[in-house]
Design a protein around this ligand. Structure first.
Ligand SMILES: Cc1ncc(COP(=O)(O)O)c(C=O)c1O
Length: 366
C-alpha cells in the first residue's frame, strides 16, 4: 500500500480548542469546521469537540447537513447563510442558524413562517468589503429583523481583514465602526476569527469564531506565548521509496531545477501535487526524515518529491518522512513554515490535501 497518510490528532484539536476558550473566557467559541474541517474531516472534528464546543460553523447547508446526518446535535451556523430561498425549509427542519448578509436573504426570512423562529447573525461589512451590509444601513435591517416573528435571536457579525497583522491600524478602524453600531443597537457580537481571538481581546464578543488555530496553525504575523502552545493536528506523513547517489553538478527532477552542490544522496518520497502537496515548494522547503530536518531538492512531481538526505546517514527505504506535523521523535515541522516556502498560507495546504492521502484518526474519540 502507498505509504502516504494524513494522521489527525484529535487530542491536539481539543487542546487547541481549549486554548481558544482560555484566550477569551468571557466568550463562547463556535468551532469553525468549514471546508471539511480545514481538510481534517469535519464530522470527525465535530465528534471530537462535541462535549466542548457549544456550536459549529460551516460555509453552506451541504456542509451542515453532513454534520447533522452524522449525528451532530449542536447548533450549526451557516456563515454565508442560504444560497437560495428553498434552503430556508432545510434550515428550519434541521434547526440551523444562519448569517444574513444580503437584502434578498432578509426578504426570504421576513416572508417565511418557520416551525420555530431561526437564530440569525446579521453580517455587517466593517471594512473587509466581501459580504455584509454597509455599517450605515445595518441598523435599519437589524430593527426589521428584530421585530420579525421568523427570527429567534439576533447577533451582529463581522469579519476582520487584517487581525493577523502586527500593524493594528486597519483592525482598529473596523473595531471603531463596529463599536459605534453595537452600542446603538445594544447588539451581542460575533467578530473574532483566530487571530483576533489570539491577539485582540477588544474584539472578543458574545461568540468568537476561531478556525485555523484549532488545527494548530499560528495565524499571527508574529508568534507569541499563546500561539507557541498550539499543537499540530494534521501530520502529513509518507516514506522514502527509493534512494540514489548523485555526483556534484547532476540535476534532479523536471527541468533539473536543483543541481547537486556536492556528492549527494537523494531520497524519493511518495507524496506529490496529485496528493495536494504544493507544487510551488521551493528547493530548501523543509521535511523531516526520521525526525531530522532535510530540504526538498528539485520540483515536486505528481506522485513524488525528492529530498536531499546527504546528512542523514540512517535514511533508508521505508524511513519515515513528515511533510508537516509531528515526527515520532517529537520533532515538529509547522505547516506555517512549509507554507512560507510555498508562498502560500497554511489554510491552502491543509484544505488542499486530497482524499488520495487517507485520514487516519488518533486520540481519545478516534
Ligand atoms: C466568516 C468567517 N469567520 C471565521 C473564520 C475563521 O477564520 P480563521 O480560520 O482565520 O480563524 C472564517 C474563515 O475564513 C470566516 O470566513
Amino acid at each position: 500500500m502507498r505509504p502516504l497518510v494524513a494522521d489527525i490528532d484529535l487530542d491536539a484539536l481539543r487542546h487547541n480548542y481549549q486554548l481558544a476558550c482560555r484566550c477569551a473566557p468571557q466568550s463562547r467559541s463556535v468551532a469553525v469546521i468549514k471546508a471539511d474541517g480545514y481538510g481534517h474531516g469535519a464530522l470527525a472534528c465535530a465528534q471530537a469537540l462535541e462535549h466542548l464546543a457549544p456550536a459549529f460553523a460551516v460555509a453552506c447547508i451541504e456542509e451542515a447537513l453532513t454534520l447533522r446526518q452524522g449525528g451532530i446535535t449542536q447548533p450549526i451556523i451557516l456563515l454565508e447563510g442560504i444560497f437560495s430561498a428553498d434552503e430556508l425549509a432545510l434550515v428550519d427542519t434541521h434547526g440551523f442558524w444562519i448569517a444574513v448578509h444580503s437584502q434578498w436573504q432578509v426578504d426570504v426570512l421576513l416572508a417565511a413562517s418557520p416551525q420555530a423562529p431561526i437564530p440569525v447573525w446579521l453580517k455587517v461589512d466593517s471594512g473587509m468589503h466581501r459580504l455584509g451590509f454597509a455599517i450605515d444601513e445595518a441598523a435599519a435591517i437589524w430593527r426589521q429583523l428584530d421585530a420579525a416573528p421568523s427570527v429567534a435571536s439576533l447577533h451582529l457579525m463581522s469579519h476582520f481583514a487584517s487581525a493577523d497583522s502586527r500593524d493594528n491600524s486597519y483592525f482598529n478602524q473596523q473595531m471603531t465602526r463596529l463599536q459605534g453600531l453595537a452600542s446603538e443597537l445594544e447588539a451581542p457580537l460575533c467578530l473574532a476569527n483566530s487571530p483576533a481571538t489570539l491577539a485582540w481581546p477588544v474584539a472578543h464578543g458574545d461568540w468568537n469564531r476561531p478556525g485555523v488555530m484549532l488545527y494548530g496553525s499560528d495565524p499571527l504575523e508574529v508568534a507569541n506565548e499563546i500561539t507557541r502552545q498550539l499543537q499540530p493536528v494534521m501530520t502529513l506523513r509518507s516514506e522514502i521509496i527509493a534512494l540514489r547517489e548523485l555526483e556534484e553538478g547532476e540535476p534532479v527532477g523536471y527541468s533539473g531545477r536543483w543541481r547537486a552542490p556536492r556528492r549527494s544522496r537523494i531520497a524519493v518520497v511518495a507524496c506529490g501535487y496529485g496528493d495536494g502537496y504544493d507544487r510551488h515548494a521551493r528547493d530548501g522547503t523543509p521535511v523531516l526524515v526520521n525526525g531530522q530536518r532535510c530540504a526538498i531538492a528539485g520540483k515536486v512531481s505528481m506522485d513524488m518529491l525528492t529530498v536531499d538526505v546527504t546528512d542523514v546517514p540512517d535514511a533508508a527505504i521505508g524511513s519515515d518522512v513528515v511533510l508537516w506535523g509531528r515526527a515520532s521523535n517529537g520533532e515538529v515541522l509547522s505547516v506555517d513554515e512549509v507554507a512560507r516556502y510555498c508562498d502560500t498560507i497554511s489554510y491552502t495546504l491543509l484544505t488542499g490535501v486530497l482524499p488520495r492521502a487517507p485520514r487516519r484518526y488518533h486520540g481519545r474519540s478516534a
